[in-house]
Design a protein around this ligand. Structure first.
Ligand SMILES: Cc1cc2nc3c(=O)[nH]c(=O)nc-3n(C[C@H](O)[C@H](O)[C@H](O)COP(=O)(O)O)c2cc1C
Length: 220
């Protein structure tokens, strides 16, 4: 698959096979992502790959925190409001997903299930956490975003599925304690990774994109 096809066919995967991915394959995905550009080649990304019992224990811990009603404390706060344009795109996504699934995705019990599925990393055999030093500027957050995309594309090129997950950072403080990560690090993103389950109905849904004219201005 060439780069154009890889970018255009990557999708968030939320249904995984349970069989693990080899350490070699996971290493190759991470090493490929390391070739992402970064401000002055600062490479401001730190990666933790979780598998096996440690991953399961962390999921259980996050679900417990959630069920106890612990308020989320992500290092990057969840947006409370969106500008009109982006807000309308989000509403559109929810409307289409509701139409396809027949489930009201805004219903509180469905939101609760969605959170728990996130904390369980959608049953993927591995979870990746991306960290960076808290004293870095927003430019470095930009860099780690590029890293995340490269990682997901490299995974896709190797037949692996991924989903980036802000929700998997909800309990950043507890997660860092659990993983022995210093409090001075910012937990940026969680990414579930594994082989996509082709039979999973949740993987059948495809997001769309706005028309190009909506975002591009051509000036000559
Ligand atoms: C920074 C970021 C955070 C996201 N957080 C979540 C999340 O917590 N849970 C989830 O299921 N998907 C999450 N997503 C996935 C988006 O919903 C998804 O990328 C978007 O709907 C477009 O769909 P696609 O990835 O299939 O192209 C996140 C994506 C990004 C880039």
């Amino acid at each position: 698959m060439d780069a154009i096809e890889c970018i255009r066919t990557r999708r968030s995967i939320r249904g995984f096979r349970t069989d693990p991915v080899s350490k070699d394959a996971l290493s190759e995905v991470v090493e490929t992502a390391m070739w992402s550009p970064s401000y002055k080649n600062s490479q401001p990304w730190e990666v933790m790959v979780l598998s096996g019992s440690k991953k399961k224990e962390l999921s259980k811990y996050m679900v417990e925190l959630f069920e106890k009603g612990t308020p989320p404390c992500p290092d990057i706060p969840e947006p409370v409001t969106w500008p009109k344009t982006e807000g309308a795109r989000i509403a559109d996504l929810f409307r289409k997903r509701t139409e396809v699934s027949g489930i009201d995705l805004n219903a509180p019990e469905i939101l609760k299930k969605a959170k728990v599925a996130n904390f369980n990393f959608y049953r993927a055999p591995h979870a990746i956490y991306l960290f960076q030093d808290s004293s870095l500027t927003p430019w470095s957050l930009f860099d780690i975003g590029l890293f995340a995309q490269s990682l997901m594309l490299a995974a896709h090129a190797k037949g692996l599925g991924t989903v980036p997950q802000a929700f998997a950072t909800d309990y950043a403080h507890n997660i860092k304690d659990f993983l022995n990560i210093p409090a001075s690090k910012k937990l940026v993103l969680g990414i579930s990774i594994g082989y996509p389950d082709p039979a999973s109905p949740v993987n059948a849904f495809r997001t769309d994109r706005v028309e190009t004219d909506e975002i591009v201005t051509w000036i000559e």
